[in-house]
Design a protein around this ligand. Structure first.
Ligand code: ATP
Ligand code: MG
Length: 310
């Protein structure tokens, strides 16, 4: 996996690069394990099947960041104050009064200034619909992450109720692994495991209602949480983006007759489908054709427009 070297940013020191994001700590940080703040910079890199692909998707870092900030705002304000705590260092990062000065010009629009959290090693997946790895397991075993489901479901069907299907967040370079809820209890303890599950299902419930109001189905999504300095469970990373979620056109899903028609998607399914047809998952994945790159960029931009249009 070869990345472009991370940017030099005034006032910040690069500390880590994930598949998509580059993390920076304030340049005067002594203890990198416990920085006060982080700058999370979303690149245009795209990953599928846990591989970073080339080329990137133009504008993707800005689109992901804009959408995450929009969702953090929606979730924080919901239900008369019973909002979901998130990792943004300040509500006014976007407004530019004070904190925005800390976001260097070179990454404006694709960076978030966040509180550094004690991250929990669980990818908190919620599935409202059956597809992807869930569909593959259901076809083979009749279950999703070990949870038995009724017979006769098809690819793309709505599940009887949203399912929490956690995954263990593998160290860099390894594949995330689907686990049972019981295994998540062993990993983080009963109380935290239950809190992660309950928060994930609650956010999914709120977000799918919002998506539906914009003609979209939130088929599935993945959250990451951490604890802040006061011990509050806090929503982190990106949230409800086209990288971390599957979004479908609600009308197409209702009227479509084939899986492809029903799952007209605003996410990176185009990339996954192209790779599945053009790569045997051995060695390095092939370069994405320009047409796939452009169609993916267009879907990401359309999702942002559909959701944020009032
Ligand atoms: P990996 O970290 O395994 O490479 P990834 O490819 O999903 O996973 P990215 O999404 O590219 O990684 O990078 C973002 C990283 O920043 C993740 O490891 C995520 O857990 C971490 N992160 C996000 N928000 C915070 C936060 N508020 N405090 C600390 N770490 C955070
Ligand atoms: Mg990530």
């Amino acid at each position: 996996m070869t990345f472009a070297p991370p940017l030099e940013l005034p006032g910040w020191r690069h500390t880590y690069s994930g598949k998509v994001r580059d993390l920076y700590v304030p340049a005067d940080t002594r203890d990198e394990a416990a920085p006060a703040r982080l700058l999370v910079v979303a690149s245009d890199r795209v990953s599928a099947f846990d591989h970073v692909l080339s080329p990137g998707i133009p504008d993707k870092g800005v689109l992901l960041t804009t959408l995450s900030l929009w969702w953090f705002d929606q979730l924080a304000g919901a239900d008369g104050g019973r909002g979901i705590p998130n990792h943004l260092a300040s509500d006014d990062v976007l407004e530019g009064d004070g904190t925005a000065e800390l976001i260097p010009d070179a990454v404006q629009g694709r960076a978030m200034l966040v509180r550094s959290l004690d991250m929990q090693p669980i990818e908190c997946v919620v599935r409202g619909y059956l597809t992807g790895s869930g569909w593959a397991e259901y076809r083979a075993e009749g279950t999703v992450c070990g949870i038995p489901l009724p017979e006769g479901l098809e690819d793309g069907d709505r599940l009887p109720e949203p399912l929490y299907t956690p995954a263990f967040k593998a160290p860099m370079g390894e594949h995330d692994e689907n686990i049972t809820f019981e295994r998540s209890v062993e990993l983080v303890g009963a109380e935290t495991a239950a809190a992660l599950r309950d928060a994930s299902l609650e956010i999914y419930r709120r977000a799918s209602a919002t998506a539906e109001a914009h003609g979209l189905i939130l088929a599935d999504t993945k959250f990451e949480f951490g604890f802040d300095a006061e011990g509050v469970l806090t929503l982190a990373d990106e949230v409800l983006t086209s990288d971390s979620s599957r979004y479908w056109d609600a009308e197409a899903w209702r009227t479509g007759t084939t899986p492809a028609e029903r799952m007209a998607s605003f996410d990176k399914q185009i990339v996954r489908n192209w790779l599945a047809d053009n790569w045997d998952k051995q060695g390095e994945p092939p370069a994405l054709p320009a047409e796939i790159v452009e169609r993916t960029r267009e879907r990401y931009a359309t999702l942002l427009r559909l959701l944020t249009a009032s």
